[in-house]
Ligand binder design. Structure first.
Ligand SMILES: [Mn+2]
Length: 357
């Protein structure tokens, strides 16, 4: 059998940590994220997968308009691939009776404390929703496993970090269980804990903390031959990229340096956070608005973090701040044999009341 394993779509999430300036851009991204579920369904159909394993946190919260939610479940219901739908810690609301009409649609296979498995052909798919997880429940499932069949387990939660609020159990224990594959959800970065126990990660990144490729896992089980691989699927990547500047650079030159660091195709598609480093002219922070206006047309999305420090021109400081404590401070520092520039920067910073000099 062939399966696609995906998780953590977090549909309807509010994107707080990327500073979408206009609500239209925010809306567009929300719709893109929503579209990723349809794209996965389509992908599973194209690949003629027998099963699409959705391993939890498909929805971020219950506040999506019911009509939109209905439409999404309708699409899952009409998919040409069997859909196995696990409930994660973000979408436990789906376990309320009010949502039963969505989950009970044809072709959507869900799990509960009573409904521990679904079977088709030589395959058995087990699942435990985050809220229902206990090692006892897992043991009950393990006892049910018929090793002559192909057995898959779906779980949503952390199996590596005990401190996570949704910690399930140590993943090393999972290795000893008789499953051909364990499809995990909850961690957004894909990871194979063993060749047959994996987090798929999310198919589309949510913010700048989620750089790197995002996608799903495709697996094949033929009798006892097993293979699985991660496949990138995101429409857009998030990049955090440093760019160094000098005090001599004009805004146009800085903009050009940022632009030329990336291929045009990437710039016009992805999300960029540029961290400006090095030295800037003057004590004032960089004029980000001017820089952004020079960059806007060349990027799908760009934001700037000013991590520069002012270039210290001692002669200029002495001249501009003649007879003030600032000029005095610079002179004192210069008189010292091995001048401590870091201390001088700290002192000047305090005087100019900026964070860093
Ligand atoms: Mn989760």
């Amino acid at each position: 059998m062939r399966f696609l394993h995906a998780a953590d779509f977090h549909l309807n999430i509010t994107l707080k940590s990327a500073s979408f300036k206009d609500t239209a851009a925010h809306e567009r991204r929300i719709r893109e994220l929503q579209g990723s579920l349809e794209r996965i369904v389509h992908e599973a159909e194209e690949k003629k997968a027998d099963a699409l394993l959705l391993a939890g946190d498909i929805f971020d919260d219950p506040y999506m308009p019911l009509a939109d939610m209905e439409e999404l479940f309708e699409k899952l219901s009409r998919a040409e691939t069997k859909v196995f739908f696990l409930v994660g810690n973000h979408d436990t609301f789906l376990q309320n009776k009010a949502y039963a009409r969505f989950l009970e649609k044809p072709n959507i296979h869900t799990f509960s404390k009573e409904r521990i498995k679904h079977t088709f052909a030589a395959c058995t798919i087990y699942g435990i929703n985050t809220r229902d997880f206990s090692e006892g429940h897992l043991q009950k499932i393990v006892r049910d496993v018929d090793a002559s069949r192909t057995n898959i387990l779906m779980l949503h939660g952390d199996v590596k970090n005990r401190k996570d609020e949704h910690y399930l159990l140590d993943w090393k224990k999972l290795r000893d269980f008789p499953f051909d594959y364990i499809a995990l959800g909850h961690i957004h970065k894909h990871e194979f804990l063993t060749p047959s126990i994996a987090y798929s990660g999310n198919p589309e990144p949510l913010d700048f903390s989620e750089t790197g490729e995002r996608g799903y896992i495709e697996g094949e089980i033929r009798r006892k031959d097993f293979s699985a691989k991660f496949l990138p699927f995101q429409k857009r990547l998030f990049h955090v990229h440093p760019v160094s500047i000098t005090a001599k650079d004009s805004p146009e030159e800085i903009a050009e340096r940022i632009r030329s660091a990336f291929f045009a195709e990437t710039r016009r598609n992805d999300f960029f956070r540029i961290e400006l480093q090095g030295e800037r002219a003057g004590m004032d922070p960089l004029d980000k608005d001017t820089l952004l206006s020079l960059l806007e047309d060349d990027f799908h999305y760009v934001e700037l973090k000013d991590k520069t420090r002012p270039a210290l021109d001692f002669e200029e400081l002495k001249k501009s701040y003649k007879d003030t404590i600032i000029a005095h401070l610079v002179e004192m520092a210069e008189e010292k044999e091995d001048m401590d520039e870091e201390s001088l920067r700290l002192a000047l910073g305090a005087l100019f009341q900026t964070e860093e000099v």
